[in-house]
Design a protein around this ligand. Structure first.
Ligand code: GUN
Ligand code: ZN
Length: 441
């Protein structure tokens, strides 16, 4: 047996989609479980008393204790690494926020060393929060993609990213052209897509900053490389939606703009989608595109409360993952993001159970990115990306956990009260990539 890493503790994972088949049929909880990993993949998952006898007798087992929770690593389906320096910028809604904070910050990524320093910090924050895969917007500068991929490769992360395409309605130094954007993206695909665990995402920022010619070029590039992802924004803000009607009067809906240019299909990830119409949700279901639900961002920018139950409607369910959407999002913590998803559901008169929420952060996110056969759950053969949570990470949580009735309650406490302090360890491809420093008492 190859050199292995073995962890022990309570285990939570999903074998299917609880929105479709219910939690009883899809959520697996092992009160005392083992996950064994070798060569970057999971080799064993099961109750400790069943799995331990199958492992070599001298194998070292890292026991995280009964107050831990071992889960598949979190999947962030929508995030902008270059916006890390401007997280928590006050006072504007989407279009003004882009002008006032986003574009000036993204201009700084012409400087490769600055871009690298932010990429390192961004990936470190991901690991500190148990995020082992993210789908990332870079800037218009190809070197912003290069540095992120280089740093992700050094950490062995599975990660998708792409150069932002913008050829109008942005500062000149942030604009490419349809041809230049196509050529630079094509070169990045050749170099990086499928290299190790890295994937390329063709990234027209949104229809507001791309001409029809650029959207056409992005569609052509995706047809030439259909196993790449494609990411963009849609129907986030009411003023944005009205602006799209002005820019593209010939299209009946916002999604139709992208569809017309060949940008709807499997592996398309649309950020936000708060104000989508019924016909657009139906089309997303048909084409296999996904929505990245970014609740903390939606609240921070005052964009609205995404209606998850409507998107997931069983007559035409759309794939949905969750996104931190840094820097409009307010936290790298996936637990805080799930708390936001709960609040967003509440504003729509629904309730999001903890089990459904943890699914969205793991297997659901992986499914949104068409990666659920590789990541997002704990099963032999899958890539060994794990997060180990500490279910008693603060004095208040510790106290509240003593009152908790059952697993659902304990999980819900985490997504309502916990943050990065709850992440004890993050494993990437079977390697301990982050461990929380010992707490000062
Ligand atoms: N729409 C177009 N660009 C952006 C962006 O950078 N952030 C958010 N939240 N929405 C966008
Ligand atoms: Zn975004």
């Amino acid at each position: 047996m190859p050199a292995s890493t073995v962890v022990r503790g309570p285990v939570l994972t999903f074998t299917g989609d609880p929105f479709r088949d219910g939690l009883d049929a899809t959520m697996v909880h092992l009160p005392d479980g083992i996950v064994a990993m070798a060569d970057g993949h999971i080799t064993h998952v099961g109750p400790a008393d069943a799995v331990l006898p199958q492992l070599p007798p001298c194998v070292e087992v890292r026991d995280w204790g009964s107050d831990a929770l071992i889960s598949a690593g979190f999947v962030d389906t929508h995030v902008h690494f270059p916006q890390t320096p401007m997280i928590a910028s006050q006072g504007a809604q989407l279009l003004d926020w882009l002008e006032r904070y986003t574009f000036p910050t993204e201009l700084r990524f012409a400087d490769e060393e600055f871009a690298r320093s932010v990429a390192k910090l961004f990936l470190r924050e991901n690991l500190r929060n148990g995020i082992t895969t993210s789908c990332v917007y870079c800037t218009v500068h190809p070197q912003s993609v290069e540095v992120l991929f280089e740093e992700a490769e050094a950490l062995g992360l599975r990660l998708a990213a792409g150069k932002v395409l913008m050829d109008r309605n942005a500062p000149e130094a942030l604009r490419d052209t349809a041809q230049i954007g196509y050529d630079q993206s094509a070169a990045l695909i050749t170099k990086w897509h499928g290299r190790g665990r890295l994937l390329y995402a063709i990234t027209p920022r949104f229809a507001g900053t791309s001409t029809p010619e650029q959207l056409d070029a992005a569609g052509a590039l995706w047809r030439e490389h259909p196993d790449c992802l494609m990411q963009t924004h849609i129907s986030e803000n009411r003023r944005e939606v009205a602006w799209m009607k002005e820019l593209f009067p010939e299209h009946a809906t916002y999604l139709d703009i992208y569809d017309h240019h060949g940008l709807c299909g499997p592996r398309a990830v649309f950020g936000h989608g708060i104000w989508l119409e019924e016909t657009e949700l139906t089309r997303l279901h048909q084409c296999g595109g996904a929505i990245a639900h970014c609740p903390t961002s939606n609240f921070f920018l005052g964009s609205g409360a995404f209606d998850l139950a409507r998107a997931m409607n069983s007559t035409r369910p759309v794939r949905v993952g969750v996104g931190t959407d840094i820097g409009a999002g307010t936290s790298f913590s996936m637990l805080a993001t799930l708390g936001g998803a709960y609040e967003s559901a509440q504003l729509n008169g629904q309730s999001l159970s903890a089990g459904h929420a943890y699914y969205l952060a793991t297997r659901g996110g992986a499914r949104a990115l068409y990666l659920d056969e590789r990541i997002g759950s704990l099963a032999p053969g899958l890539e060994a990306d794990l997060v180990v949570l500490d279910m008693r990470s603060t004095p208040l949580i510790d106290f509240r956990m003593d009152q908790a009735r059952d697993l659902a309650d304990r999980l819900f406490v985490q997504m309502t009260l916990a943050d990065d302090r709850a992440v004890q360890a993050t494993y990437v491809a079977g390697r301990l990539a982050y461990e929380r420093p010992p707490r000062r008492s």
